[in-house]
Design a protein around this ligand. Sequence first.
Ligand code: ZN
Ligand code: ZN
Length: 135
Amino acid sequence: MDIEGGCYCGAVRYKATGEPLFSGQCHCRECQYISGGQPNIIIGMPATGFSYTKGAAKQHQRKDLPNPVTREFCAECGTHIMTKSPGLPHAVLIKVGTFDQPSLYTGPMMVIYTVDKQPFHHIPEGVPTFERVPG
Ligand SMILES: [Zn+2]
Ligand SMILES: [Zn+2]
């Protein structure tokens, strides 16, 4: 699958190629900040197939966590584009909302961090759920 996308203002563009590793829906409190309140939906793509084709993303890591993820975003418009997790060094977790064609996403393979789920969040039926992460 080839995925092209970018931020809201167009300053940062990317391309991701390769077999998708997984798709997920994350209810963690951090993702609620990023999404606006709902869970975050992402597709995990191979890190080797991911590159920026325009502009450069800014990186952010929380300093108060022992194993923080790295979130990359457009410094102009603030759109969060993707996340790198220390537990998944070979993957980039790309936010579906930044795809040129968000319809490439057909639903999550798993739902994670239900420990932080809010009453107004929706979990699709028949999908494995995890209080935190599988494993
Ligand atoms: Zn932007
Ligand atoms: Zn999350």
